[in-house]
Write a protein that binds this ligand. Structure first.
Ligand code: DC
Length: 224
């Protein structure tokens, strides 16, 4: 099976770019952040603190996460309920970052993530795909952009959905999440040694998609 691992900080455009690439190549797209977000959502709904492992770990016994594809787009089911929209709520961002620092949460999802990549050609995005989940991925990409660029993309996305956010607050949250994700002990956000670094600062989305498509076609030339 072929697999492309795309890692990088939040808001670098991973999911939009990965989705477009998956469509172009006929691979499935797996957004692993959505899985952490679903666990964060469960904990918020249960009234717990997503950073408190004593609360979160016992919850795992009551959580089942499933991915479904409808017209090529990923839907995430939390105990059978489609929560694809709910997990995008701003409060789920920090909650997912907090639960993702708990080793038991990571091992809970690891087997499922690897199982998907064993069955089909996929593009998987996250923070630790190239380093931990798929260390033998056919191609690894580390996608990044300046915090200001990433906050400004997130700002546009959220305001388009009707959320009223303060730009400085969003920037602050992005920086906090970067810090959280890169400094945790368990599978921190880190560029794999054999990953290609792509910085999309200043690019339009179309430019980034074109750049990544060219890169993938060049690197996977012998396989496609
Ligand atoms: O990609 P995202 O912003 O939807 O991810 C939400 C959080 O989940 C992110 O702050 C860190 C965590 N995450 C992770 O730890 N490992 C992954 N492979 C994917 C996401």
């Amino acid at each position: 099976m072929l697999s492309i691992a795309i890692d990088g900080p939040s808001g670098a455009g991973k999911s939009t770019i990965a989705r477009a690439l998956a469509k172009e190549l006929g691979f499935i797209y797996v957004d692993t952040g959505a899985m952490y977000r679903a666990i964060g959502l469960y904990v918020l709904r249960a009234g717990g603190d997503p950073a408190d492992s004593r609360f979160v770990v016992p919850c795992l016994a009551d959580i089942s996460i499933a991915l479904q594809y409808q017209d090529g787009s990923q839907h995430i089911l939390l105990n059978g309920e489609d929560v694809s929209e709910d997990i995008r709520r701003p409060e789920c961002s920090m909650a997912s970052s907090n639960v993702s620092a708990i080793p038991e949460v990571r091992s809970f999802l690891l087997g499922q993530q690897r199982g998907i990549a064993q069955k089909q050609n996929c593009i998987m995005d996250g923070r630790d795909i190239g380093t931990v989940v798929l260390p033998d991925a056919t191609l690894k990409i580390f996608l990044t952009a300046s915090p200001e660029d990433r906050a400004s993309r997130r700002y546009k996305e959220l305001t388009a959905k009707g959320y009223h956010m303060d730009f400085e607050e969003l920037l602050d949250e992005i920086e906090k999440r970067d810090y959280n994700d890169a400094n945790r002990a368990a599978a921190p956000l880190k560029q794999a040694e054999d990953a290609v670094l792509v910085d999309t600062t200043g690019n339009t989305l179309e430019q980034s998609i074109a750049q990544l498509t060219a890169l993938v076609k060049e690197k996977l030339h012998d396989y496609l």
